[in-house]
Design a protein around this ligand. Structure first.
Ligand code: XLS
Ligand code: NI
Ligand code: NI
Length: 436
């Protein structure tokens, strides 16, 4: 592509002394942290929907984003032009992965057949650009929430025809993800939930959702798609209650319907906090189940109670995330997808760079700090010692199933009042701050 719409050079690492706003201060793709270079640890991805398609509108005002490359039409030429600009952006930013919804890349036509044909046409351009640049698809997905047909949900719609339509759409989205060599496929249940229980048969809707996912698993086998399936939890918005509300709810659903072997979770920071959890909490729940797959890297606003999808800037938070990612041995198929948008006031194309540079540098620092905390070892050692009563004696007997209530009564009568020691929360908070 000849025309450069950004007027920005490739973003380089200049080190922490640099005052250049269009440079990395901490993210140095090739720098080794532990056994791996930073780009392999962090596996950043850019979200097509926010970067290329989000006009930055809000409930009170129209979009403000300047997109000089976009003629505003639903033509295939325009869709292809966006793809080329997007890859130019990935190249300049130095990010290797991206994620998209089917409807982000190609417009919906009057019939499903026509829509699929349009999608194929744009996928050919995506493929060309992937081959030209070596960039890869971290995961694909289908938008089952934008079109009015999904007003009552998709797989959980009261209308069986809508279920069928959604199945056809996901089938196609899986096929193009496969064709593009995608490393994963995400299910976010945009409208899989309810606005009121007065009109809802929850049991039936959940059974249908499970059927839908089983069909997807079958289709995956049939087409030989080896990528990882993810479920992305979110508690609410657009619906009052979403069935995939948090990590624990998703895991319970997957276990109940015998789907756990086929799915991992894609956790989003702003969704965890909307659910009333820290991201650290949801990550830990998923990791404990061996189901932590990928991360939608963003953050919410302390004062706004909705999914504001802001770029991560909080080093404390990225440190907590990277502590858990390092503890599980790093990402395999997943990565850090910036499911994040600029503020409505940041409408110039160059702001896309500032936003991503900030997110990447914040995660680079989180990675370095988390690695240093692990090398230091005091935190892990403290936790290990806190549970040492379980390593021998009565604790060991309980854990090994050798003691029952009677044995424990005998032990407690003999042992007298247990002696506790402090949890030292403040000391540990100070310890973390030593590294930040
Ligand atoms: C919306 C979700 C969505 C998914 C992909 O809140 O985060 O963007 O990541 O459908
Ligand atoms: Ni997301
Ligand atoms: Ni979100």
């Amino acid at each position: 592509m000849k025309q450069d719409f950004f007027n920005v050079d490739n973003i380089a690492y200049e080190g922490s002394e640099s005052k250049n706003p269009l440079a990395f201060k901490h993210y140095d793709a090739g720098e080794k942290i532990g056994g791996k270079v930073m780009e392999e640890h962090l596996r950043f991805a850019v979200a097509y929907w926010h970067t290329m398609r989000n006009p930055l509108s809000d409930p009170f005002g129209v979009g403000t984003a300047q997109m000089p490359w976009d003629d505003g039409s639903d033509s295939i030429d325009n869709a292809r032009q966006r793809v080329r600009v997007f890859f130019q952006f990935l190249e300049k930013l130095g990010v290797d992965y991206y994620c998209f919804h089917d409807r982000d890349v190609a417009p919906e036509a009057d019939s499903l057949a026509e829509t699929n044909a349009q999608l194929d046409a744009v996928v050919a351009t995506l493929k060309e650009e992937q081959e030209r640049t070596g960039k890869r698809l971290l995961w694909g997905t289908a938008s089952l929430f934008t079109h009015p047909r999904y007003v009552h949900g998709a797989a959980t719609s009261c209308n069986a025809d809508v279920f069928a339509y959604a199945a056809a759409q996901v089938k196609k989205a899986m096929e193009i993800t496969h064709e593009l060599g995608g490393l994963g496929y995400t299910f976010w249940g945009g409208r899989e939930g309810y606005s009121t229980l007065l009109n809802t048969d929850m049991r039936r809707e959940l059974d249908h959702l499970a059927k839908f996912l089983h069909m997807a698993v079958d289709w995956k086998k049939q087409i030989g798609f080896q990528g990882q399936f993810y479920i992305e939890p979110k508690p609410m918005e657009p619906t009052t209650h979403q069935y995939d509300s948090d990590a624990a709810a998703c895991l319970n659903f997957l276990r109940e319907y015998d789907l756990l072997d086929h799915f991992k979770l894609n956790l989003e920071t702003n969704h965890a906090t909307l659910a009333g959890h820290t991201m650290q909490h949801d990550l830990t729940v998923a990791a404990n189940a061996g189901a932590l797959g990928s991360v939608d890297a963003n953050t919410g606003d302390l004062f706004l109670g909705w999914d504001t999808d802001q770029f991560p800037t909080d080093i404390y938070q990225t440190t907590q995330i990277m502590l858990i990612v390092l503890e599980m041995g790093g990402f395999t198929t997943g990565g850090l997808n910036f499911d994040a948008k600029r503020r409505r006031e940041s409408f110039e194309p160059v702001d896309l760079f500032h936003a991503h540079i900030g997110g990447m540098d914040t995660f680079a620092r989180g990675l370095k700090i988390a690695h240093a905390i692990r090398e230091d070892g005091r935190l892990a050692e403290f936790v290990k010692r806190r549970y040492q009563s379980w390593d021998s004696g009565i604790g060991d007997a309980i854990e090994s199933g050798l003691a029952g209530f009677e044995d424990l009564e005998g032990y407690a009568l003999e042992n007298g009042e247990p002696v506790n020691v402090s949890g030292r929360q403040e000391m540990l908070e100070n310890l973390i701050n030593e590294f930040i």
